[in-house]
Design a protein around this ligand. Sequence first.
Ligand code: NAD
Length: 292
Amino acid sequence: MILLDGKKTSADIKEEIALEVAELKAQDKTAPHLAAIIVGNDGASLTYVNAKVKACERVGFESTLIRLPEETTEEDLLNEIAVLNVDNDINGFIVQLPLPNHIDEQKVLMAIDPEKDVDGFHPMNVGKLALNLPTFISATPFGILELLERYNIETSGKNVVVIGRSHIVGSPMSILLAQKRKVGNATVTLTHSRTKDLESITKQADIIVAALGIPEFLKGEMVKDGVVIIDVGITRLADPSKKNGFRLVGDVDFNGVKEKVSHITPVPGGVGPMTIAMLLKNTLLAYYRQES
Ligand code: NAD
């Protein structure tokens, strides 16, 4: 069993980006600049957004964090976005999700200039992704492609089963892996909550991407020998033995599958750490596009 080490791989990617930024600065060029808007005080969201800002600093990017109160109106948020859209100093920006219930998430995502939409959530970028045109691939599927590539995992002609059809993970993952691209050319089955007899499908899989959000859902008896498993799930389960009171659990029963898998991402330390690295990569891409 080989662990697909997202922690190490993401550190490598950040190191590569930092070198590139240092080179830009040596040529007296400005550094890429990522901004993030967060509305409200949700603890997990604040942790994520702070981690993104910190990662920017570590690679030498400029970063701006815009914190807005919970009661911010949709109109005020749209105004903030309009300002960032035309600010030439900002190469890319994200609006941290989820948003408070009184704000229409789709409306907000659609207001972001697609050229600065480094999360890749704007319908124009999702459409480009579906057509295999150059775009910002959203960070989680992008991170999974990168992990598969860096560990030389062959996807061409393989049977891939994706579990979960969310807009941010399962759906784009299934599209990307079926496309004619370096990490792609797979025969993909997208499964979801209405899929019948999932086990008979997962048992045929050479590669499984589990993104359903049910802790330890994928069991040993559901997979074949030699399978590659990408565990996207992150659920916080209460654990009084831990300092912070919880532990992170994936969608895969790690101990149940470990004797059968050829490669697997651990949770934590697999897909999770890749997400921020790929956001930085998209910001660098936005920077180069705007420079040229
Ligand atoms: P979601 O919660 O939006 O949707 C879950 C999907 O799973 C749905 O499409 C549903 O049809 C499917 N599903 C539910 N029960 C099922 C079943 N019994 N059999 C088959 N399919 C079933 O999904 P999401 O936002 O992609 O999140 C999934 C998990 O991935 C969560 O644990 C989330 O925290 C995690 N996640 C991790 C990262 C990361 O960076 N590692 C990023 C995004 C999401």
